[in-house]
Design a protein around this ligand. Structure first.
Ligand SMILES: NC(=O)c1ccc[n+]([C@@H]2O[C@H](COP(=O)([O-])OP(=O)(O)OC[C@H]3O[C@@H](n4cnc5c(N)ncnc54)[C@H](OP(=O)(O)O)[C@@H]3O)[C@@H](O)[C@H]2O)c1
Length: 241
């Protein structure tokens, strides 16, 4: 049987208090999993708690703080599925030669956060457990002014392939979103809807995706026991457009 039910499974989602991670927490809980979702800010935690309405647990953790991660993992005990959907790094959108070394390096905080989640969480994983990370379409869709996103995303995807080989039979996968309407773009303010429409106008599916659509991809890799070392694109065809 390639697929397994999430009923009663213990799922931890770091970066699960907003956007894609929160949608994955909601979907996993609706599928019967016992879910812990975590993030840093009080604002996102309170909002996630309100949305969970008791259907999953919400905790405070930072991908860069092993103690905060360990506190959750100790509470969970054995983890069936460990997900990190945290942003965790800076997004400097400038041509490479206009960036400082510090800006470029700061993008890699996403990767360092993910490595900490994996290192800290690995001892808690069930023998048939899984790890799922989140990259992004710039990893393989090269556009000007996106070199930090592209390089970090590609690193996350390659790390996943390395981990899948080293940690088998634990399954390790990555989901790669295209442009998705989440809080990540809230800094655009009133221009957000127009900007997202412009950014996606040439995509094969010419609109921004939803967090729920990407969460579907995450649930697929959690449940399909024959999938490992794989990148699942949920991007409206962005890398082909
Ligand atoms: N939205 C897109 O178009 C898009 C495209 C490509 C890739 N992605 C990737 O998809 C993933 C999810 O993005 P999203 O759009 O859902 O973002 P989002 O709506 O901003 O949600 C990000 C979540 O991660 C948490 N988070 C951020 N940094 C964290 C850290 N250091 N430790 C723990 N939690 C942290 C946030 O809460 P706090 O801030 O309160 O900690 C929040 O819960 C990210 O890896 C992002 O790079 C998104």
């Amino acid at each position: 049987m390639p697929s397994s039910s999430l009923e009663g499974k213990r799922v931890v989602i770091i970066g699960g208090t907003a956007g894609i991670g929160l949608a994955a927490a909601q979907a996993a809980a609706a599928a019967g999993a016992k879910v812990w979702a975590a993030g840093r800010s009080k604002e996102h935690i309170e909002n996630a708690r309100a949305q969970a309405n008791g259907s999953f647990e919400v905790r405070q953790a930072d991908t860069h703080d092993a103690d905060s991660l360990k506190a959750i993992f100790d509470e969970v005990g054995t983890i069936d599925h460990l997900v990190s959907a945290a942003v965790g790094g800076e997004r400097t959108l400038k041509p490479f030669l206009e960036q400082t070394d510090e800006q470029f390096r700061a993008a890699y905080d996403k990767l360092w956060g993910y490595t900490k989640v994996v290192r800290t969480g690995a001892p808690y994983l069930a023998a048939d457990g899984s790890i799922t990370l989140v990259s992004g379409s710039p990893a393989r869709k090269i556009r000007p002014a996106q070199s930090p996103l592209s390089c970090v995303g590609a690193s996350v995807e390659n790390l996943v392939r390395c981990l899948a080989v080293e940690m088998a039979p634990i399954r390790v996968n990555v989901v790669s979103p295209g442009t998705v309407d989440t809080a990540m773009f809230d800094a655009m303010g009133d221009a957000k809807a127009g900007n997202l429409a412009a950014m996606t106008a040439t995509h094969l599916i010419p609109r921004a995706g939803t967090s729920e659509e990407v969460a579907d991809g995450i649930l697929f890799v959690l449940q399909n026991r024959f999938v490992t070392g794989t990148t699942v694109d949920v991007d409206g065809g962005r890398i082909l457009s």
